[in-house]
Design a protein around this ligand. Sequence first.
Ligand code: ADE
Length: 248
Amino acid sequence: MRIDVVTIFPDYLAALDLSLVGKARQRGLLDLRVHDLRDWTTDRHRTVDDTPFGGGAGMVMRPDVWGTALDDVLGGEPAAASPGRILILPTPSGEVFTQRHAEELAGAGQLVFACGRYEGIDARVAGHYRDAGLDVRELSIGDYVLNGGEVAALVMIEAVARLVPGMVGNPESLVEESHGAAGLLEYPVYTKPPEWHGRGIPEVLLSGHHARIERWRRDEALRRTAARRPDMIAGLDGTVLDKHDRAL
Ligand code: ADE
């Protein structure tokens, strides 16, 4: 998979050299390129923003600078010639990014993140690339406002990259996690030592009884989800519940 990030703060993305994403880059599974938007400015001050039409506070990022940058990064090819390419505009006014988006984006060939700052990017940029036939997504990572799209891009890249085949050492670990297929939060987990600060671990986990452990984990996942995320329980498809769940 190829990922391009365009930003005025390339250093923000340095974290992508670390951990699993960093290893995937080294192994050639992920071709990740970070670009400085100011490289596409033409004036002495390397200006990327201007005052908003209609007045108001703050500055808006100029469409002409973004247009030349994105045309270059997209290789000037017509969108139709490059299926599987998605332009992502992180913005607090976007659709909320979830594990479902991460799963969908993990199947793309190329993701291009355009990280806005200030009051955002001139709205014509999204409209222009959408009309050109490109798959354009305006995505928010949650109901709060950051200073720019860089941290949001980091979040989305990490969520997507770990789903790309070959990226996670043990794909089994993706099966039972929170927000996975079960539609539940993950059950609590424990490791050694068996006693810590006077706290033991649930007996059942030492029983070696696989079916009882599975049942306990499922009950804990249901209990946790009901307490912390009643919205997820309300949204559960009835067919994912078994007869023991219904008795809860
Ligand atoms: N830019 C600023 N806030 C954001 C958010 N919550 N999600 C995505 N991009 C953003």
